[in-house]
Write a new protein. Structure first.
Length: 157
């Protein structure tokens, strides 16, 4: 179960970082000032579970193109913050995992590959990562991955 939580953290981390500047309803800050049409399209897109992550990203960019300059700037600022955070986190991941046994490093690498695949849906991503986690039989590897998950949680707190 802890490994599943670890996976959830990796996936949700990417998604939640797009909400660095959020309102109480967890919508990105730029959303508040969007046009009604833009808000409607954005909300509909966020509820869609059959589009790939790449399609969603493209459609978000297409929605933002039709918004005011203020919204475009807020959106770009959010993307920059998200990218900086992801780079910082990736550096920490690499540092932490460099001490892991090779098998644990391979599992993390496989999870990262699935997470970075923009040609799958979020549901497919979860299913594929769950399959990867279910292949872990080595107790040492499980323990290292659980320590990794704990380290991530501490970094986020």
């Amino acid at each position: 179960m802890k490994l599943f939580i670890f996976t959830i953290i990796l996936i949700v981390l990417d998604l939640t970082m797009s909400h660095l500047e959020t309102e109480k309803d967890l919508m990105p800050k730029f959303f508040k000032n969007m046009s009604k049409e833009g808000k409607k399209k954005f909300e509909k897109l966020m509820k869609n579970d059959i589009k790939t992550k790449g399609q969603i990203e493209t459609e978000i960019n297409n929605i933002i193109i039709n918004e005011s300059d203020e919204i475009k700037i807020q959106f770009e600022e959010m993307k920059i913050k998200k990218e900086k955070f992801q780079n910082k986190l990736k550096t920490k991941f690499q540092y932490i995992t460099s001490t892991f046994p090779l098998e644990a490093q391979n599992i993390i690498s496989k999870i990262e590959q699935v997470h970075n695949n923009m040609n799958i849906t979020l549901k497919q991503e979860m299913e594929q990562i769950k399959k990867i986690i279910n292949t872990v039989n080595n107790e040492i590897v499980k323990n290292e991955l659980e320590k990794f998950q704990s380290g991530i949680v501490m970094e986020l707190i």
